[in-house]
Write a protein that binds this ligand. Structure first.
Ligand code: AHG
Ligand code: MN
Ligand code: MN
Ligand code: MN
Length: 336
């Protein structure tokens, strides 16, 4: 029943009491949840506001920005500003680090975010989402100290995403499992629907942009070919395939019913080392997948242990059910 379900606020206060989660982090997450509600509202009404289309600008990765990419970015920035502990923000849509404090900085939190993930889905009324990651530093940093913002994913204290789909949801981890909340339209509250999400150990569903087949390296091609061979092949079972065009949606499906998601480095994206971005796509999703018992790999190494060297750095991504990710890593080891 609806009223038996914990609100996000009560859940966060429980985390504060039982795991010592800081009150500032509780408030920060509530502010991020508010940003997500605002973005959800803007997307639902985007056709009336005329905001589903492209803006005139490009982001640092050379992608044409949607008006809603910029709107969502602004929502994240303005709500996160409420938290006095945040020193710096890193956004997909902003080239440089956004410093929230004048020097000397008083903040020890950094928030990384992809304000709108899968934004090419906006035109066709398919689901999109937002992704975020929070790192706490041992001490406050100086504004302009970019090196201090380049933290590996193992230092995340929180990660999550919101999906703007048939329901608006919020999925978070504070390092003690993965929890899913749904936004209730009457009260505006996020209420819990899944206490401890688990990625199924085994699965028979893969998620990859198969139009890039000709560009893949041999280990990825081998893995997918084995899946496609079905019952007659070495896997001895039939596989299903899904590709939504939005990482949040594909990862949410894997958290719900298992599977594996791949965006490998290939011949076409080798110059940038893959497509997806380490700090605000791969790391938060990797933390969530690990917290749910899955594996987050580059194909060769644990994503969370990659030491970033620049804020918009890209990485190959293999996320999901243990047995599938291990098999893909094994193919890389054997064929390298
Ligand atoms: P974004 O919209 O934030 O730029 O991210 C898009 C990403 C990711 O969500 C998705 O999995 C992938 O790009 C889709 O790539 P293809 O266009 O190759 O399908
Ligand atoms: Mn983009
Ligand atoms: Mn994205
Ligand atoms: Mn995006």
């Amino acid at each position: 029943m609806f009223y038996d379900r914990l609100t996000l606020r009560r859940f966060l206060l429980q985390e504060y009491r039982t795991h010592g989660v800081e009150k500032d982090l509780v408030f920060l997450l509530e502010d991020i949840a508010t940003a997500c509600r605002e973005i959800s509202f803007a997307i639902r009404n985007g056709a009336f506001f005329g905001t589903l289309g492209s803006a005139a600008s490009k982001n640092v990765q050379g992608e044409t920005q949607k008006e809603l990419d910029i709107f969502a970015n602004d929502q994240f920035v303005s709500h996160i500003r409420n938290c006095s502990r945040v020193a710096a923000l890193v956004s997909e849509e902003v080239e440089e680090v956004i410093w929230l404090k004048d020097s000397p900085a008083a903040g020890d939190y950094i928030v990384y975010f992809d304000p709108l993930d899968g934004s090419s889905n906006l035109d066709v009324n398919l689901s999109v989402g937002s992704i975020f990651s929070i790192v706490q530093l041992p001490e406050a940093i100086e504004a302009g100290d970019v090196a201090s913002v380049l933290r590996p994913g193992t230092e995340q204290i929180c990660a999550g995403y919101s999906i703007y789909g048939p329901a608006t949801t919020l999925v978070i981890t504070l390092g003690h499992g993965v929890h899913e909340f749904v936004n209730h339209l009457g009260t505006g509250e996020f209420r819990i629907v899944s206490g401890h999400m688990k990625v199924a150990e085994e699965s028979a569903e893969f998620s990859i942009n198969a139009s890039r087949f000709g560009d893949w390296d041999a280990p990825v091609r081998r893995y997918i070919e084995e899946c496609l061979e079905g019952e007659a092949g070495p896997r001895r079972k039939r596989f299903g395939m899904r590709w939504s065009g939005s990482m949040v949606v594909d990862i949410h499906r894997i958290l719900t019913r298992g599977g594996v998601f791949l965006y490998p480095e290939d011949r076409d994206n080798r110059a940038t080392g893959g497509k997806l971005r380490l700090l605000y796509e791969a790391n938060p999703m990797g933390f969530l997948i690990e917290q749910a018992g899955g594996i987050a790999s580059t194909g060769r190494a644990r994503i969370l242990e990659v030491q970033p060297t620049s804020i918009h750095q890209r990485t190959p991504v293999v996320l999901g059910s243990r047995s599938e990710v291990l098999r893909i890593e094994d193919h890389h080891t054997q064929m390298d």
